[in-house]
Design a protein around this ligand. Structure first.
Ligand code: TYD
Length: 198
């Protein structure tokens, strides 16, 4: 089973993903951007004024490598895979940054680019926080962390949830860290049980 965690910067997603490691010690824990040289290139682009189309393919190259090297082999071995960010991050973030380019309907375009080769998650926990809180928590230190940009990202996540409500579980991430972690752990347990993994 492939379970992913998604949300705006500052939603507490990485903390939740770390907490799940203690609960599922045998699962494969992974994340995007990855810690390979592809992921390093992606992180470098965050601090620079790069072309949004080029960003899309940089993030997508990192994803393709992540899929073939980590995710697909682990799933083929019957493992539970829990990823901190995955396909939806491109659909939400890059669709927002492509909004001012010649690409019309960017979200559909990005989904199309992925559809030929990706493996969509079986379930996704969405940590829901408003863009102002997210930007304040994240420190708004790079181009994707400003509240105005995160508001666009949030509306793309909402479109994704509307399109596939059965795949997503929404967790209110504006609460205290303890409450958020409890909700994530409970949601993960239910999703994993429903999928027949443990
Ligand atoms: P983040 O999850 O904050 O990674 P880390 O904590 O390891 O640095 O991701 C870094 C930024 O990249 C974040 O602002 C979200 C953005 N991002 C995209 O725009 N598209 C993507 O496909 C991914 C995976 C991340």
């Amino acid at each position: 089973m492939l379970l992913t965690l998604e949300g705006l910067d500052g939603s507490g997603k990485t903390t939740a993903w770390e907490a799940l490691q203690a609960v599922y010690p045998d699962a494969t824990f992974t994340s995007e951007p990855t810690d390979t040289w592809y992921g390093e290139a992606v992180r470098r682009s965050l601090g620079e004024d790069t072309d949004p189309i080029s960003d899309l393919f940089l993030f997508t190259a990192d994803h393709a490598d992540h899929l073939s090297r980590v995710v697909k082999p682990a799933l083929a071995d019957g493992e539970l895979v829990i990823s901190d960010r995955f396909t939806d991050s491109r659909y939400a973030y890059q669709a927002a940054s492509l909004a001012d380019t010649e690409i019309s309907r960017p979200l559909e375009y990005i989904r199309g680019v992925h559809s030929a080769f990706t493996r969509e998650p079986d379930a996704t926990i969405y940590l829901d926080v408003d863009p102002e809180t997210a930007a304040a928590r994240a420190g708004a230190s790079d181009k994707f962390e400003r509240a105005s940009f995160l508001a666009e990202v949030q509306s793309n996540y909402e479109r994704l949830i509307d399109a596939e409500p059965e795949r997503f579980v929404r967790v209110d991430a504006s609460r205290s860290p303890e409450e958020v972690l409890d909700s994530v752990e409970r949601s993960a347990e239910q999703l994993i049980e429903a999928h027949g993994d443990d």
